[in-house]
Design a protein around this ligand. Structure first.
Ligand SMILES: O=C(O)c1cc(=O)[nH]c(=O)n1[C@@H]1O[C@H](COP(=O)(O)O)[C@@H](O)[C@H]1O
Length: 279
């Protein structure tokens, strides 16, 4: 039987620590790295990040938009990036934030979660804001493929609250409702389920939320958006052990020097380890 994403992720977190490094080839980063904002620059950037870090981080999170902007040739680089990262032993969370009505969602699921698809990834970020139930085809295919999802629950950006903090008729807010759906999805799974939530590290005290979803919590916002590893225990409380902190620009800005990239990633990893151990 295929091992679940939750099982594979927990093992990777135990072995390498939970840091997820984002592969976000911003035009400004390509320029800082002395690369042209073209397909060759994109390829060099992505390959450098993977080669520098694939043996030390648990998870890479390529941001699809930065590849899509180059059209089909950018997608080809994305495919290669996913393949090389997985071949080197890291897990890949595809950050494509897909979400649509169920029948179209099924096609997105085929794109990223069918085992033999060119862009197959260990997990996919998805938006539940067409209704959590619209994600059902992705949940089902992820289960079949041993893959996972990260569902946007409480995002790191200041605008997110307008939707996510909206209070429903039952008194619960929208973000909390998404967390409850995920807890139900992951019920009984060991060592944890494969259906994670995205919860920003920038959000301050989240003790009014039940973050105990028996699944991973992808926490972007460390580095360029202002949160630090030391903030994690105060934000996540007891759930900090299931947190997969993401850093993109905070690591990537140290390239293209491979040693500097490795050092930056190792520094974040150590700060995260210290913060989680003290929690
Ligand atoms: O799903 C995400 O990864 C995500 C959710 C969220 O709430 N906030 C957020 O910043 N992200 C992504 O996480 C990464 C953060 O990048 P840095 O701010 O450069 O570390 C980007 O790829 C964002 O698209």
């Amino acid at each position: 039987m295929t091992e679940t994403f939750g099982t594979r992720l927990r093992r990777a977190m135990d072995e390498r620590g939970p840091l997820c490094v984002g592969i976000d080839p911003h035009a400004s980063l390509l320029a800082d790295w002395g690369l042209d904002d073209d397909i060759a620059g994109l390829e060099r950037f992505s390959r450098t990040v993977v080669e520098a870090l694939a043996d030390q981080v648990a998870v890479f999170k390529p941001q699809s938009a930065f590849f899509e902007r180059f059209g089909s040739r950018g997608i080809a680089v994305l495919e290669k990036t996913v393949e090389e990262a997985r071949a080197a032993g890291a897990l890949v969370v595809m950050d494509a934030k897909r979400g649509d009505i169920g029948s179209t969602m099924a096609a997105y699921a085929e794109t990223f979660l069918r085992k033999d698809a060119p862009l197959f990834s260990d997990a996919l970020t998805v938006s539940p804001y067409l209704g959590y139930g619209s994600l059902k085809p992705a949940v089902e295919l992820a289960r079949e493929s041993g893959a996972g999802l990260f569902v946007l629950a409480l995002t790191s950006n200041p605008e997110g609250g307008e939707v996510q903090h909206a209070v429903r008729g039952d008194g619960r807010n929208v973000g909390a409702t998404m967390l409850a759906h995920l807890a139900a999805e992951n019920a009984g799974e060991k060592p944890m389920g494969s259906f994670g939530a995205v919860v920003g590290a920038t959000l301050g005290d989240l003790s009014s939320y039940d973050l105990d979803i028996n699944g991973p919590l992808l926490a972007p916002g460390i580095g360029a958006q202002g949160a630090t590893p030391a903030d994690l225990p105060a934000v996540f409380g007891a759930a900090v052990r299931n947190v997969v902190p993401n850093v993109s620009r905070g690591v990537l800005r140290h390239g293209p020097d491979v040693v500097a990239l490795r050092d930056a990633s190792a520094r974040f990893a150590e700060e995260i380890r210290t913060a989680v151990a003290a929690a």
